[in-house]
Write a protein that binds this ligand. Structure first.
Ligand code: ADP
Length: 173
């Protein structure tokens, strides 16, 4: 059985991520979406929420998909999951240097697991969780970048926690 791991922060999961999951699930018998706890990224959503969102959004995607939290070296996680490949999404040139470096170092850590890059649909290429959060914080619409349920989760979280949403946006001098 061919297993691949698609790791990420998914803070929050976007239409770009979901497109990669869809494409990846076609290629293997089982796709494990690895949601990292990685606190150094200072995620907006806790890992439990991120897992819940990813699980909910991949439910209708065809194929065997599991969503698993991980807090270890990616190659150790992949090995433990019985994976022979790591799946990463590649957007234009911006991701290349970082992904190239990471794939190279991971190859040295464990040469039995290949890193495979997939491209999302062209229309979904520019989507990045970081920008989705930034747009939402300033009250912009994120409806074109995430599912309706995720957009609602982001709005709910911001109205709870982000002073930018409650306070005045401008002094209107
Ligand atoms: P990380 O914190 O590891 O970068 P992300 O959650 O930001 O995790 O992304 C996980 C993976 O999905 C990465 O390989 C990233 O390049 C890819 N990805 C994110 N957004 C897109 C997109 N719009 N199109 C293609 N790949 C994407």
């Amino acid at each position: 059985m061919k297993v691949a791991v698609y790791p990420g922060t998914f803070d929050p999961v976007t239409l770009g991520h979901l497109d990669i999951v869809r494409r990846g699930a076609h290629l293997v018998d089982k796709l494990v979406v690895g949601v990292t706890t990685n606190p150094s990224k200072e995620p907006m959503f806790g890992v439990a929420d991120r897992m819940t969102m990813v699980r909910r959004e991949v439910k209708d995607i065809q194929g065997q998909i599991e969503v698993v939290e991980f807090d270890s070296l990616l190659m150790d996680f992949a090995e433990a999951q019985g994976a022979t490949a790591i799946l990463r999404g590649l957007r234009a040139v911006a991701d290349f240097e970082y992904e190239f470096q990471m794939a190279g170092m991971n190859q040295q850590l464990n040469d039995r697991i290949e890193t495979v890059f997939l491209m999302a649909d062209v229309s979904l290429q520019p989507i990045a969780s970081k920008l989705v959060k930034e747009i939402a914080r300033y009250g912009g619409s994120i409806d074109k970048f995430v599912t309706p349920a995720v957009a609602e989760d982001v709005r709910r979280l911001l109205s709870k926690t982000d002073p930018l949403r409650k306070g005045p946006r401008a002094l209107e001098l």
